[in-house]
Design a protein around this ligand. Structure first.
Ligand code: HEM
Length: 316
């Protein structure tokens, strides 16, 4: 009997896995809206283009928004919810540095999509976030990649659910956070390359100036100067609006802005990947794309536990 159970269990497990497969993992596909909203990608592309023309913060902020959405309760646009009782993800201190133009980019893209009668109320905010992130990357000179679609929007957003990586994390802490999302160290390093775009408030790196031996001394002097005159510095000072692999070259020169950036070079376990991306931009682009796709699969909701939100700020 024991023997029979042992030998029949794997077969039963396979049957169960095959039966559950469509429910568990197969809801995302690149052609999800082909008949529902055939012009979706063109609509989002042109809307994000307009947002990026209006504000240089729009693209970087939209990319970061996608990360902060997926990392907390999955890619379900819960970061967009504004609860009247004041308890929602975006009001958590870790999300207070998300920039308004990022949110506006998503709301404008959603309005543009809903302006098409065929698409109206048929496209989730979570999918618009994923598409807008791709547009932010590709319209800044980064890779264009196919985005898997078919996410449903969540109904729940609370301050207390927000757990995000911090700038003082070491490699083990970064790896443990990202492995919780099903992402590898290589995925984490590639995604950190998103810091080729945008800026960080001086409060996030000021304590490293003059104290962190991994920071280049000329860079430290430059940052001291920058923060004396303004409140922020660009994450990749040479090309803050261009998606490229300079971020990794900066790390090689001790010019990573955040502690969590520079540690990727300081720690010998991740330095090899940084060196590789610094000299192989094509591989960085490829791995970034791959990692964004994996990030986009985190905690995806279905019709069973989600909805297509009409207004991205409020559950239906
Ligand atoms: C590895 C752990 C990470 C940490 C500790 C981290 C932390 C930060 C911090 C502190 C800022 C500055 C925010 C501000 O002052 O406005 C920032 C900005 C940014 N982050 Fe990250 N981040 C991480 C990973 C990521 C990932 C995975 C992405 C996306 C792929 C990303 C995309 C961005 C972008 C685009 C900005 C610029 C936003 C803007 O200019 O408004 N970050 N990040």
């Amino acid at each position: 009997m024991t023997h029979m159970m042992r030998s029949s269990f794997p077969a039963a497990a396979v049957v169960v896995a095959v039966l559950l497969w469509p429910l568990a993992a197969a809801q995302l596909s690149t052609g999800y809206y082909a008949s529902i909203c055939p012009n979706l990608e063109a609509i989002v592309q042109s809307s994000v283009k307009q947002s990026m023309a209006q504000s240089q913060i729009a693209g970087p902020a939209a990319l970061r928004l996608f990360f902060h959405d997926c990392a907390v309760k999955g890619c379900d646009a819960s970061i967009m919810i504004v609860n009247s009782n004041g308890d929602d993800e975006w009001r958590n201190p870790d999300n207070q540095s998300l920039k308004p133009p990022g949110f506006q980019t998503i709301l404008d893209a959603k309005a543009a999509v809903d302006n098409d009668p065929q698409c109206r109320y048929n496209v989730s905010c979570a999918d618009i976030l994923a598409l807008a992130a791709r547009e932010a990357v590709s319209q800044s000179g980064g890779p264009y990649y196919q985005v898997e679609l078919g996410r449903y929007d969540g109904r729940i957003s609370t301050k207390s659910s927000v757990v995000l990586p911090h700038v003082d994390f070491n490699l083990d802490q970064l790896n443990s956070f990202f492995s919780g999302l099903g992402l590898s160290q290589t995925d984490m390093i590639a995604l950190s390359g998103g810091h080729t775009l945008g800026a960080a408030d001086c409060t996030f790196f000021q304590n490293r100036i003059g104290t962190d031996p991994s920071m280049d001394s000329g860079f430290a002097a430059q940052l001291r100067n920058t923060c004396a005159g303004q409140t922020f510095a660009f994450l990749d000072g040479a090309t803050p609006g261009g998606f490229d692999n300079l971020y990794f070259k900066n790390l090689q020169g001790g010019k990573g802005l955040l502690g969590s950036d520079q540690v990727l070079y300081t720690d010998l376990r991740s330095r090899g990947t940084v060196d590789y991306y610094a000299s192989n931009p094509g591989t960085f682009f490829y791995d970034f794309t791959n990692a964004m796709t994996k990030l986009g699969r985190v905690g995806v909701k279905t019709a069973a536990n989600g909805e297509i939100r009409r207004d991205c700020r409020t559950p239906n």
